[in-house]
Design a protein. Sequence first.
Lengths: 262, 394
Amino acid sequence: MKIVVCVKYVPDATADRKFNADNTVDRVGVQGMLSELDEYAVEEALKIRDGDESGDAQVVVLTMGPADARAAILKSLQMGADSGVHIVDDAIHGSDSVGSSLLLAKAVERQGADIVLCGMASTDGSMSVIPAMLAERLGVPQVTFASEVTVDGNTVRVRRDGDAATEVIEASTPLVLSVTDQSNEPRYPSFKGIMAAKKKPVEEITLADLGVAAGDVGLEAAWTKVEAYAERPPRSAGAIVTDEDGTGANQLVEFLAAQKFV
Amino acid sequence: MAKQVVRPVTSLELFAIDGQLDDEERAIRQTVRRFCDDRIRPHIADWFEDAAMPVVELSLELGELGLMGMHLEGYGCAGTSATAYGLACMELEAADSGIRSLVSVQGSLAMFAIHRFGSEEHKQEWLPRLAAGEAIGCFGLTEADFGSDPGGMRTQARLDGTDWVLNGTKMWITNGSVAEMAVVWARTDQGIRGFVVPTATPGFSAPEIKRKLSLRASVTSELVLEDVRLPASALLPTAQGLTGPLSCLSEARFGIVFGALGAARDCLEATISYAGEREIFGKPLSAYQLTQQKIADMTLELGKGMLLALHLGRLKDAGAIRNEQVSLGKLNNVREALAIARECRTILAANGVTLEYPVLRHANNLESVLTYEGTSEVHQLIIGQAVTGESAFR
Ligand SMILES: Cc1cc2nc3c(=O)[nH]c(=O)nc-3n(C[C@H](O)[C@H](O)[C@H](O)COP(=O)(O)OP(=O)(O)OC[C@H]3O[C@@H](n4cnc5c(N)ncnc54)[C@H](O)[C@@H]3O)c2cc1C
Ligand SMILES: Cc1cc2nc3c(=O)[nH]c(=O)nc-3n(C[C@H](O)[C@H](O)[C@H](O)COP(=O)(O)OP(=O)(O)OC[C@H]3O[C@@H](n4cnc5c(N)ncnc54)[C@H](O)[C@@H]3O)c2cc1C
């Protein structure tokens, strides 16, 4: 069984973030990291691999991004993934999700995968669209936002926790699976994992390797265009509930429910 | 565009230390830091107050990460660089010196002694389990009357047929009561020799030393050996004389060179954040020149200590470090870390004396760190001898 995990390299949210002159996010000159939500996807892949009885299951991590994005692959390899594929090409700059999903789908096809694993959302764009787009492009089922995953042969069963109900759905491989931050507890890379990662293979591929024309991706081809941006206004004071008549607790719960915190 | 808020840098960022580390070193540091945030920091004040911690579980978790004997090669050890080991010690000690002590004694004293001086049989039997944290080891050199001068030790091992019979008492032994094996140094008619002693051997007991005011989140014990009979194979074959235990100490001291700075960093970070929030006479404490003078000087000492530690790390990785150089690091960095912890305490004032903040806990811990692995005076004598050519030990 082959599991391809799509991982995104994102700017570190605790560091200063910048935009380029063309209004794209500066992904080159800033401190970046493996998107934290994708650690759950890596962990799930490792669990599926380690639970696979055939013993020949392997986990390939796939990222699309600038040269520095290799760090996201490295982190996944340190956690225990077997090898990496890095789509890196100057023409990728500014790709929107349509372009990103095209490249990722081509790379998955090139690898061949029984399960394509994704995070629930990136921590920067956070649109949660890539998994669905990937499934569509690959022509395979999508099982998304899984908070629990069971793999039994070529059947994948997941639990999805919605606001009002929980559903259990299943599909057979090949498929695209995305997991939430409730699905598992990502492991820390062990020192042996860190030492071993250096020796694991990482393949760098370009648009040419994927047979994609430069005009089909990148800023020019993007369906969205960032016209302008502004800094977020400072936080407002927030809502203060003063309990005068004993309904304070109810008001609090209603507030939290309205914000979908509970 | 909205105005840019300048984010203050941390003391070590000011020294641009990260640029001196490679990816692997940063990854190892990150793993240890995350582990400490998740598993140590939420509990450490309680462990310290109660002088009790789940040492068996912790040791398994530390082993799983690869911390135990991490810089040794083979036998289940991770085989990292010495610098990476130092950085791991720094993160552990930023949480608490007691946790770092657990790892130092296991890896640099017990495991190192076996790795360097043990028979193949010793290595096969003990190293994989010690590396995994499944077994805990300790190192018995000090005695009640012989600390700085271990050569005077009274514990003795005599041959009876082919067996060795050990008698004596060791004092201040980290991990003693929880250990499954002890490396014990004893006087024999062939000089000082080392022995691998399973603690289940009849005649061996290890009562815990209570009422410590320092390293409360660390087990310290007496080792009592009463006619402990061991087979000939218990002897560490290649350790002859005091250089055996002393070379182990040099390993552990190296970890402390980095470790002590972790405690200092933790104090300084807590203090800078406290001083920024604490309003006194109408403005933050951190906005007073007197406070900034303290913080600037502490930043400088922390950064200087870090540069020294990294320099020693690179020397050790190049196989070119000398014991006197490790002494430079141990003397300076522990002494400065303790000074920083105490100075931080003055800024936190009354809050500083509680376990709500880490500073007095670190200061108290560092009192032990100042004493074990060679007291400051012993390191001064080592450095003094190196640069004057005169030995002033006796
Ligand atoms: C307002 C806006 C502005 C944008 N500006 C820019 C820009 O300036 N420059 C630019 O390059 N792009 C820009 N994009 C595109 C965006 O950053 C992503 O490249 C792409 O749209 C993926 O969407 P997402 O980050 O929301 O991923 P999601 O759909 O939230 O991601 C879900 C999962 O898909 C996988 N995945 C997502 N991206 C990758 C990847 N690159 N490699 C591997 N796996 C991945 C991960 O498993 C992830 O957990 C912008 C998007 C928006 C909405
Ligand atoms: C918490 C804790 C854990 C420990 N863990 C271990 C362990 O795991 N294994 C182990 O073997 N030991 C351990 N030790 C013991 C430690 O190594 C000794 O305490 C240390 O070597 C000092 O010995 P001492 O306390 O007997 O002091 P002493 O040797 O009695 O020294 C007293 C004072 O005299 C000074 N002094 C010594 N020699 C000279 C000299 N020549 N000239 C001038 N001044 C001198 C010393 O610096 C000190 O200030 C531990 C100690 C502590 C506190």
